[in-house]
Design a binder for this molecule. Structure first.
Ligand code: SF4
Ligand code: ZN
Length: 726
């Protein structure tokens, strides 16, 4: 083993622990020891401390205990600049640093300055963890870069950020160099920051680095099933599963070095653009621990090489960057070259199946003028007409492909995609136009992405782009007729009309006994997988997570029990569960992983249920917030009285039909009511419930079960006349 690490990390750790003590004293003086501290909307308390020690920090006096752990970890203070022979000391100093920083940030939430301010986002809530963390687990995002400090110029900052985005990495930003932060540099250049663009500004002080590492810890606790206090496993999970690294820009002082030492514990190396002491391989990280002196135009490449990332480069041949990080990017009016569609402007996107002999693969044609001959501005007509063929293609799959254009086109930098079918409104930015992006490239993207993702089903993809208003209108007759036919077909498809359901076991990677059983009237609980998606998924990967389930003999029509679905569940849940009711949340309900869009829970006093969605972070009448409920229901178990489900399922005639159906619904968040109100009203109408949606309470009407009950009597909610739910 070669020379190890300099004493800077230890000095930095001492300094940060001291700051934490001071901050904590200040907090105790003004609020008292029993004052509550928390990072908002999380069940993981201060996640690094919780993951390491199982200590749930909830009050300032808990903070004192946590700081005690930090102090105990501090190695002896080196008397002079030395190389320590033992990496362990620096690692311990790193962990002490992280504990102390969590205490500092928690105190900031209590007595200020508030970590959430201006561009700064502070701690990631559990909602964000679920949404984004799953991308790390399923590989949509290969990992994250924790960028600390600032680039020498704004221009270099933008270039580095774009490069990281192109690699699909999340960019977690904290700290500053001489008062300037990387996030501020991006902000000054008009780069859109936030979780949608994967450029996440946590905080300007170095202590905000714990939000990056805390996120990694929470991912291990939540997706990796690692128990709190099993810190060793947590760190190993991170080393093996979360591909992350620290990019240190600008001078690295003792405190930054202490954070780098903290990150090394997770197997996350630090790559710097300045001359700092290097730390060579010893087995904690996959490769080197600290790599200094890297030029800015090489630094992203170097980070990826050092951490051993395998990044699949986008193969789409277009003149702008491409990747999921660009999907969340909005384009403001002033920045747009053209807007396609919108009210009063005929436009559509449409996918249709053809015979193999009828089309030519890769043929992309613009019929009418392209963007060079268009005045900038809104109101542009466009018909995106896609023809596909293949031996395994079925016309049933047309809508699946069509929906995917939303992601495929949106991932081009400077293309904003909104809507579907004949109600679309897309924007193309001036910047993209100046880089050479034209309408023709829409066809190129569709051609290459369809082949990449659906190669198993498709042989040929041909795209025609109609840009003259009259021609788009003419084509619209044909297209609209096809949409109508499709809708009728979908309406006719019910659970009773098919013999096969489909499974999805994708989430078993972190909830090993979880099985989604997907029927035409009940989609996967994440909302992303419909019965048709399941069917297509099986065709694409016959040994994959979507398997056909022969319903078999009907055992109980009301509850939705079949021999085939039970048998499948038993085997696919690794013999954990024997029975699943497709239509009940009381008797053997479906298992819930953690991706549910909504959770429904019984409210015994009302004889009904409440439904809360992931976006609602307030308290609910069952006495738990969504995050707490998710902890109770998730993990791949059956929880009678509770169930996770998709939004789509709420508009289905099979929505807990075994327990009385939609009429049981007595409370839901206002925003959700607005979002799916139309579907609910339709389903209620079919069930013979009059003016039903207006009778459902929301948080503006009732927050406790008692208040809900009062409301039900006021509006004469149908649940009052129903038989008991049990
Ligand atoms: Fe599949 Fe269900 Fe997970 Fe969605 S929640 S990915 S349908 S297993
Ligand atoms: Zn899931």
């Amino acid at each position: 083993m070669s020379r190890i690490i300099c004493s800077a990390a230890i000095r930095g750790a001492y300094s940060i622990v001291k700051q934490a003590e001071e901050k904590l004293n200040e907090a105790i003086e003004s609020k008292g020891k029993d004052a509550k501290v928390e990072f908002p909307n999380t069940g993981y308390c201060l996640p690094i401390i919780y993951a390491a020690t199982a200590l749930k920090v909830k009050t300032l006096s808990d903070c004192e205990e946590a700081l005690g752990h930090a102090r105990a970890l501090l190695p002896p203070m080196p008397e002079e600049e030395v190389w320590l022979p033992y990496l362990g000391w620096a690692l311990d100093a790193g962990i002490a640093t992280l504990f102390a920083e969590e205490v500092i940030e928690a105190c900031k939430y209590l007595i200020g300055p508030n970590p959430v301010e201006g561009i700064w986002l502070g701690a990631a809530s559990d909602v964000i963890l679920r949404e984004r963390g799953i991308e790390f687990v399923d590989g949509t995002a290969p990992g994250f870069a924790a960028v600390v400090g600032a680039a020498p110029t704004n221009e270099i900052a933008v270039k580095i950020a774009r490069e990281l985005q192109e690699k699909n990495l999340y960019v977690f930003i904290s700290g500053n160099t001489n008062g300037k932060s990387f996030a501020e540099q991006l902000d000054e250049e008009g780069v859109q920051l936030g979780w949608e663009t994967r450029l996440v500004p946590f905080g300007k002080s170095i202590t905000a680095t714990i939000y990056s590492l805390g996120f990694a810890n929470k991912a291990a606790l939540s997706f990796g099933g690692v128990a709190p206090a099993d810190f060793r496993r947590n760190l190993i999970y991170n080393k093996n599963r979360i591909f992350a690294f620290v990019m240190a820009l600008g001078e690295v002082d003792d405190e930054k070095y202490a954070n780098a030492a903290g990150a090394i514990n997770y197997g996350f190396p630090t790559i710097a653009d300045t001359n700092i002491p290097s730390v060579l391989p010893t087995g904690v990280c996959t490769y080197e621990h600290v790599v200094p002196n890297i030029l800015h135009d090489k630094i992203v490449e170097k980070c990826i090489e050092v951490r051993g990332l395998k990044v699949a480069a986008a193969k789409v041949d277009i003149p702008v960057s491409y990747g999921p990080a660009f999907e969340g990017e909005r384009i403001r009016k002033e920045d747009m070259q053209i807007e396609i569609g919108g009210p009063g402007t005929p436009a559509f996107e449409y996918v249709v199946m053809r015979d193999n002999s009828e089309i030519e693969d890769g043929k992309v044609e613009v019929v009418g003028p392209d963007m060079d001959e268009m005045e900038p501005g809104p109101g542009k007509s466009l018909g995106i007409y896609v023809e596909v063929s293949g031996r395994k293609m079925q016309s049933e799959f047309e809508p699946i492909f069509e929906r995917r254009t939303h992601h495929f086109l949106g991932e081009a930098q400077g293309f904003f995609h909104m809507g579907q079918r004949d109600i679309i409104r897309h924007r193309i930015s001036k910047d993209a136009f100046n880089k050479g992006f034209r309408l023709l490239h829409i066809g190129k993207i569709i051609h290459s992405k369809y082949h990449e993702e659906y190669g198993a089903l498709l042989d040929k993809v041909q795209v025609t782009l109609y840009t003259r208003k009259e021609e788009v209108e003419k084509k619209l007759d044909e297209v609209k007729a096809a949409f109508t036919e499709r809708d009728e077909r979908a309406l006719g498809m019910t659970d009773a009309s098919v013999n096969q359901f489909y499974s999805c076991t994708l989430c078993q990677s972190f909830a090993p006994s979880h099985v989604c059983i997907i029927s035409p009237e009940r989609s996967g609980l994440c909302g992303a997988v419909s019965w048709l998606d399941g069917k297509a998924g099986f065709e694409i990967t016959p040994t994959g997570p979507n398997q056909p389930i022969e319903k078999g003999k009907l055992l109980d029509e009301k509850l939705g029990l079949w021999e085939g679905t039970n048998r499948f569940l038993y085997q696919a849940s690794n013999r954990e569960f024997e029975q699943v009711s497709m239509y009940s949340m009381v008797t053997n309900p479906m298992t819930s992983c953690g991706c549910f869009e909504c959770i429904s829970a019984m409210l015994p006093m009302t004889n009904g249920i409440m439904t809360v969605d992931r976006d609602y972070t307030g308290m609910t009448p069952c006495g738990m917030k969504f995050s707490t409920l998710a902890g109770t229901v998730g993990g791949g178990i059956q929880t009678p009285g509770f169930v996770g489900h998709s939004k789509f399922y709420m508009g289905s005639s099979k929505f807990i039909s075994g327990d009385g159906g939609l009429a049981r619904l007595v409370w839901m968040p206002k925003q959700l009511k607005e979002e799916i109100g139309e579907a609910l009203a339709e389903a209620a109408g079919k069930a013979g419930l009059e003016d039903f949606v207006n009778k459902i309470a929301d948080e503006t009407i009732a927050v406790t079960e008692e208040e809900v009950f009062e409301h039900l009597q006021k509006v004469n909610h149908p649940v009052l006349a129903m038989e008991p739910m049990f």
